[in-house]
Design a protein around this ligand. Structure first.
Ligand code: FCB
Length: 441
């Protein structure tokens, strides 16, 4: 079995560098009957929305199997676990708490604590309560205040059990995929909608940060953003690539640190610009204890000869089975770029991983391509640290195979294999590679 190999002096080999695995509520929990509906339940029912017509009603049955799953995390030696809380599982439509949902998360958090695993809790990983979507979802400014209410409720219940709170996971996906191109729930299209949803998500983040800093001052509080590093196809495409970079990446980072949107906003038609109220940026730019960075791949851009950019897919390159180019330098590049452009708090790599069509043979899952993917990206993190980026930890996506959104169950990102017929879990070779790395430190 292959192993990870890092320079001997790498800070990743010091025990204080935190290693964890990540999941999210909708992708693993199942148990739809014991919570309110969310926008993904509805989206999955739409014709053509999810490639294999599947949904999250069973998923990994984590709601029943959570003890076994925590034991898996522990057995591989991880000291951190990133999970998300399902908003419609803890707050009911009338604003009262769902006791069963609260108890589920409490038990899970207690078990993590007993196992000496730090809980990194994400408050919103895309499962908006459907009743809020019925009132406009993230297009409705009130949703940001509803999120603040939910945050307060959660924080009170889980005092002393959480190590870190992230407000949102990847507001880019929630706004652009969900409200601009419609490939994710709720499936709305229009630039104007995407930009407005993004603004309300960022506002929700700021409002929640205020609650966290007041009511949970001892946890590390921040946000998780995803970055797809932008590259220019040729020298003459540099400007176009920078526009794309601002539109897809810095749209979500710059407001947090500089209290404004990137310049590319000036290129938008007035009708597509978000409605921003006075004081919004003061709320959004709340100081952060950490920034979570999710990274999978890069994109190459060309000028579209119309003042905008277009993707230029590279024909010959290594890809994972979901079709994403393997490009570890993109991770170093985005980390150093963020560090140059902003006054950053410490960073955690909160997601990174590879989808491979695995199978179990004689009780084993041999996944050398995933091991190599992780190895290259861990080394890319190491290079970023050498270039003075402060990075405190790294989370593999994902603990186990799960519901991969519009791709349904066709993509396997886990370091643990899940047989969706029997729910049997099998640690893959990549999981053992992590175990070995963590044991050696
Ligand atoms: C990220 C999501 C995560 C997972 C990975 C593959 O964008 O945060 O839930 O789907 O991609």
């Amino acid at each position: 079995m292959s192993k990870f190999s890092l320079p001997e002096s790498s800070p990743l080999l010091e025990p204080k560098f935190l290693f964890g695995v990540a999941t999210s509520s909708f992708q693993i929990e199942g148990a739809l009957d014991s919570r309110d509906r969310c926008i993904w339940d509805t989206f999955c029912e739409k014709d053509g929305a999810v490639i294999d017509k599947s949904n999250g009603s069973v998923a990994c049955e984590h709601y029943e199997r959570w003890e076994e799953d925590v034991e898996l995390v522990e057995s591989m030696g991880f000291k951190a676990y990133r999970l998300s809380i399902s908003w419609p599982r803890v707050v009911k439509q009338d604003g009262s708490l769902n006791k069963a949902g609260i108890t589920f998360y409490k038990n899970l958090l207690i078990k993590l604590q007993k196992s000496d695993i730090k809980a990194f809790v994400t408050l919103y990983h895309w499962d908006l309560p459907q009743h809020l979507e019925d009132k406009g979802g993230w297009l409705n400014r009130d949703t940001a205040y509803a999120f603040q209410y939910y945050t307060k409720a959660v924080v009170k219940e889980f005092q002393g059990l959480v190590y870190s709170y992230a407000t949102l996971n990847e507001p880019f996906c929630s706004s652009y995929l969900g409200y601009e191109i419609g490939t994710h729930a709720p499936g709305i299209t229009g630039r104007k909608y995407g930009r407005q949803a993004a603004h309300h998500l960022l506002l929700a983040h700021g409002l929640a940060m205020d609650v966290l800093s007041k009511h949970s001052p001892n946890t590390e509080n921040g946000i998780v953003l995803n970055f797809t590093t932008a590259y220019a196809f040729s020298e003459s495409d540099e400007l176009a690539a920078e526009r794309a970079n601002q539109y897809f990446n810095h749209w979500y980072a710059k407001p947090l640190f500089d209290a404004t949107y990137p310049e590319v906003i000036d290129d938008l038609d007035d009708q597509d610009k978000p409605i921003i109220k006075e004081g919004d940026f003061d709320i959004i730019a709340h100081p952060l204890d950490f920034l979570g960075v999710n990274y999978y791949t890069r994109t190459v851009y060309k000028d579209d000869n119309n003042g905008w950019f277009e993707e230029h897919p590279i024909s010959k390159c290594e890809r994972t089975d979901i079709g994403w180019e393997v490009y570890p330098d993109g991770l170093t590049k985005i980390l150093t770029q963020l560090n140059e452009r902003y006054n950053l708090p410490p960073i955690y790599i909160t997601e990174n991983g590879a989808a491979i069509h695995d199978n179990v043979k004689d009780g084993k899952v041999v996944d050398p391509r995933r091991i190599e993917y992780y190895n290259m990206h861990l080394n890319a993190v190491n290079v970023a640290i050498e270039k003075n980026v402060i990075i405190k930890g790294y989370f593999a996506w994902s603990l186990m195979d799960n519901f991969e959104w519009a791709e349904g169950y066709t993509q396997r990102f886990g370091i643990v294999y899940v047989d969706f017929e029997t729910q049997v879990r099998t640690i893959k070779d990549s999981g053992y590679a992590f175990k070995q790395l963590l044991k050696s430190r």
